[in-house]
Design a binder for this molecule. Structure first.
Ligand SMILES: [Zn+2]
Length: 390
């Protein structure tokens, strides 16, 4: 028995190497150019490494429309989030189908070459309503959509730049690298935990409950673009390092970063995140309450319910659903709404805002809520941020 197969059966590799890369670099000086936004840059890295398999580039119209309307690619396989490259009227007027286009990062580096196969117009409002379930500009994913160009460019990509890989280097693995690591450790079943928040006892409990039933645990925090009020990735990673050091079985735990940009598309993004983890070699994926949500746009359990929309077997990765967890004084242990019969007065639970408040005043939250080693890292991290802001 081996690790789970990638979504679509084959791990894509769109990273140009050796002579292919040299000739693309040489040819790129005469190519028309396009600048990428943060999300498109993040998507390119994921496409290159196969994390978005079976995608080989940015979506053409057939895939785009079907994903938007039916949560599927044109070949019928499950896909819930448009992965697109936008261009303004002026930008697209300089391009024609069949061109190779040099894609540049926000700081001007040549990142990839797009083999332009399609240019098409699209309905932003419809995409917002179908994918994000709201047309409100207040929603950060919808705002990003409204801010981008009026055209979409479809086509395979050849990625020539991997300098982003220097960031968080010890934890930045491609799906191939992570799969090799799992195999080396003898893991066949691996559960992934995705987060953009620091790790508290509630997360630790969920992760360990899941680990009881599988070989290995992948802690896979997102380090792509997140909301500006999320705790910075460097601080979150440091918190993971200390909690793993003191409280996790080293031989069954792997920390890695996921360089994906958050869309905050709630349920649809939960499916997207599960598919990505399958490509990284994970057999199971933890879906908590309000996964990838923002504000009150999605119901608490919508990100769990959406998995029932697909036929059994359409998604190879198995979701593991968890309810709200906390320390219960009567149970004298961590528990969830599913397992604890006692009322709220026995539960130690603190809102995110209150915790942030305590930490920024240098106060360590109760041990039932957060490990002191983690609290210390967060206190130091937050004080550095406020010192930098002052
Ligand atoms: Zn209880």
């Amino acid at each position: 028995m081996s690790l789970i197969e990638p979504h679509g059966g084959r791990l894509v590799d769109r990273e140009a190497r050796g002579p292919e890369r040299e000739s693309l670099l040489k040819a790129s000086v005469k190519m028309p150019e396009l600048s990428l936004n943060a999300r498109e840059e993040a998507d390119l890295e994921l496409i290159a490494s196969g994390a978005l398999s079976p995608l080989e580039g940015f979506m053409g119209e057939a895939d785009y429309v079907l994903v938007r309307d039916q949560k599927r690619l044109a070949n019928g396989s499950v896909w819930t989030i448009p992965v697109t490259l936008s261009a303004t009227e002026e930008e697209q007027s300089k391009l024609k189908v069949g061109d190779d286009v040099a894609l540049r990062s926000r700081d001007g580096r040549l990142v990839a070459v797009l083999h332009l196969a399609e240019i098409f117009k699209y309905d932003k409002h419809l995409e917002a309503e179908r994918v994000y379930q709201t047309a409100e500009e207040k929603h950060p994913g919808v705002k990003a959509l409204y801010d981008q160009g009026e055209y979409l460019l479809g086509g395979h990509v050849s990625v020539v730049d991997n300098s982003r890989r220097a960031e968080f280097a010890p934890y930045r693995f491609t799906p191939r690298e992570l799969r090799a690591l799992f195999a080396e450790r003898g893991w066949r079943s691996v559960v992934a935990f995705q987060t953009r928040n620091p790790v508290h006892r509630a997360h630790e409990y969920i992760q360990k409950c899941a680990l009881e039933t599988v070989d290995g645990l992948l802690l896979h925090p997102i380090v792509g673009e997140t909301k500006s009020d999320d705790i910075p990735a460097t601080v979150r990673l440091r918190a993971y390092e200390v909690i793993i050091e003191h409280y996790y079985p080293q031989s069954r735990t792997q920390l890695a970063v996921l360089p994906a940009a958050m869309r905050y598309a709630g349920p649809r993004e939960a499916i997207f995140h599960a598919i990505i983890r399958q490509n990284y070699g994970c057999s199971h994926f933890i879906v908590g309450r309000d996964h990838a949500g923002v504000g009150n746009y999605y119901g608490t359990y919508d990100a769990q319910r959406i998995f029932g929309f697909f036929e059994p077997g359409e998604l190879k990765i198995t979701p593991m659903f968890f309810d709200n967890t906390f320390f219960c004084r009567r149970c004298a242990s961590m528990a969830s709404l599913k397992t604890c019969p006692h009322d709220q007065s026995h539960h130690v639970s603190l809102g995110g805002t209150r915790v942030r408040e305590m930490l920024s005043q240098g106060e360590i939250p109760p041990i039932e809520f957060t490990r002191p080693e983690v609290a210390q890292v967060l206190i130091e991290g937050l004080s550095r941020i406020s010192a930098a802001a002052a």
